[in-house]
Design a protein. Structure first.
Length: 161
């Protein structure tokens, strides 16, 4: 049973690393498309990105199944890394090394996700401010200051042009 768990653990780690690498490449391409406002490229990436995310969800489910199988075999380790250490699967090309690489790849994915969030958030704020300026004839929307009204102007839209 231990050898079977080692084999499944290594297969899982290889599959997870491949899925993460694929999604990271897609996200980097998407960032380039976002930065260059390449809408056809963004549209073309929607399906592959969705499929890559589904693949990761499938792997997360198989991770839970692998941990359940290990518990059934008498192992109580809460993570796959702990299980790999317990099984002695930490050879140079073994599951432990692959799982650590996968953990680092997850950090890269998280960072790339934050970059996408920042790009999307700033773009949304820019367009919100632009639409607000258009709606108010090039002036800032009225705010409630004591004694004074808001002054129009700014660098987003030149209303005098």
């Amino acid at each position: 049973m231990t050898d079977q768990l080692k084999l499944e653990l290594e297969q899982f780690a290889v599959a997870m690393l491949a899925a993460q690498h694929h999604l990271l490449e897609l996200l980097r391409l998407k960032r380039q498309a976002l930065a260059s406002a390449n809408m056809p490229a963004l549209d073309a990436m929607a399906l592959p990105e969705s499929q890559a995310a589904e693949r990761l969800q499938t792997l997360i489910a198989s991770r839970a199944n692998l941990l359940a199988k290990a518990r059934h075999a008498g192992f109580t380790e809460p993570t796959l890394t702990d299980l790999a250490r317990k099984l002695g699967a930490g050879t140079a090309n073994g599951a432990l090394r692959l799982l650590e690489t996968s953990r680092l790849k997850a950090v890269e994915l998280q960072r790339e996700g934050w970059v996408h969030w920042v790009l999307a958030n700033r773009s949304a704020n820019y367009y919100r401010e632009l639409l607000d300026r258009i709606a108010h004839g090039g002036k800032k929307s009225p705010t409630y200051h004591q004694g004074e009204t808001a002054v129009s102007g700014g660098t987003l839209l030149n209303a005098s042009a």
